[in-house]
Design a protein around this ligand. Structure first.
Ligand SMILES: NC(=O)c1ccc[n+]([C@@H]2O[C@H](COP(=O)([O-])OP(=O)(O)OC[C@H]3O[C@@H](n4cnc5c(N)ncnc54)[C@H](OP(=O)(O)O)[C@@H]3O)[C@@H](O)[C@H]2O)c1
Length: 333
């Protein structure tokens, strides 16, 4: 028997139950891992809530979670790519973030092909705090929009898990970074990670505030907030600028009229999903290696991480939904 956080139906954090489950031996192509640090991602909250992402109802019960650092404890019959004792990490199991979940558990059987090694200089908590969030940022920086000196980038929720990584990466490429944040404390944290300007966007008209800093508008907007920020962001983007909506923390962006992209200045619009970027297992391992190297070089500093016991995952979800804190959250099994 192992312990896992399961939901038997969608709803608030109260639907999360810490339960005993049986884990069968790993099958062909699988290894068994003992989780050492499990990431909380906003997508876990979306899966728990249910709704707009899933076209078909998900089969219940579900163990939440997509991402963890772990140690290999047993090999499936045909697996020779890993050894018992290897430190590994994974980000999803090669499908959408709401499919094949299962990391909110002490142990799990995973596809051997979807694992990557964690180097010695990266701790378990560091790995769990940066893998999915860092690869989400990598998708944007390496595939969609790479800042250059002279660019000004607006990053919404700059003190969020993904936001703090984007801030550092955009500064690395020489951009001026404006970050919106929900509190004065978060403003300080965003500045400490490189934000040149911060805007308290719940108290201030952020379009006016951005235009006061950069009258011609920003080169790009990187937006993980969605409903509350995306449409007004079109009014603070320079002509030929780039709008990236990568998340919906405040809800889905309402439908837009495509002609507005022309009327607001010939704008590029992107809505990335990270699992397409991760691609095949070899590509995933290359991307993880590149990410860990950037951490090792100090380009991306892993951010102070709040930890909760796995059994208290519901409290961790409540705190994440309340937007009370900055940075990443990790659950300890
Ligand atoms: N496209 C992809 O493949 C991909 C991959 C990973 C994550 N994401 C998305 O990226 C976004 C950020 O993820 P994360 O893990 O970095 O999240 P996080 O650390 O939990 O931060 C989310 C932040 O969003 C802001 N926010 C604004 N309105 C909110 C609301 N109604 N409820 C809660 N928070 C609200 C809050 O910051 P302030 O207090 O500063 O407003 C909050 O701290 C999420 O939307 C997530 O789904 C997308």
């Amino acid at each position: 028997m192992i312990k896992a956080i399961r939901i038997h139906g969608h709803g608030g954090p109260e639907v999360m139950r810490f339960e005993d489950i049986e884990l069968p031996p790993p099958r062909a192509g699988e290894v068994r891992v003992r989780h050492t640090a499990v990431a909380l991602n906003f997508s876990d909250i979306n899966v728990r809530r249910g709704g707009f992402y899933q076209k078909d109802p998900l089969p219940m019960p579900i163990i939440l979670g997509n991402e963890a650092a772990a140690v290999v404890t047993a090999l499936g019959p045909d697996v020779d790519t890993w050894r018992v004792g290897d430190r590994v990490g994974y980000v999803g199991m090669g499908a959408g973030f709401f499919q094949n979940t299962g990391s909110y558990a002490q142990e799990r059987n995973v596809f051997a092909a979807r694992l990557a090694p964690i180097p010695d200089n990266i701790s378990d908590v560091q790995a769990a705090s940066i893998m999915l969030k860092g690869l989400t940022a990598s998708n944007i920086i390496n595939k969609i929009y790479r800042p250059k000196p002279g660019d000004t980038v607006l990053i919404h929720a700059a003190a969020s898990g993904v936001g703090l990584i984007l801030v550092q990466w955009c500064k690395h490429y020489g951009a001026t970074v404006i970050g919106t944040v929900g509190s004065a404390d978060k403003a300080e944290i965003a500045k400490a990670h490189g934000c040149d300007h911060t805007i308290l966007y719940r108290q201030t008209d952020f379009v006016k505030a951005v235009k006061a800093i950069v009258p011609k508008g920003v080169t790009a907007v990187l937006d993980g907030v969605g409903k509350d920020t995306f449409i007004p962001s079109m009014d603070c983007t320079a002509p030929f600028g780039t709008l990236v909506n990568y998340g919906n923390a405040s809800g889905h962006v309402p439908p837009i009229d495509i002609i507005d992209l022309s009327l607001k200045g010939t704008l590029n619009l992107w809505r990335p999903g990270v699992h397409y970027f991760l691609g095949d297992p070899e590509r995933f391992r290359e991307l993880m290696k590149d990410l860990f190297e950037l951490v090792g070089q100090g380009v991306l500093k892993t951010v102070a991480t709040r930890t909760y016991p796995l059994a208290e995952a519901a409290s961790a979800h409540r705190d994440a939904e309340s937007a009370a804190h900055a940075g990443p959250v990790v659950l300890l099994p």
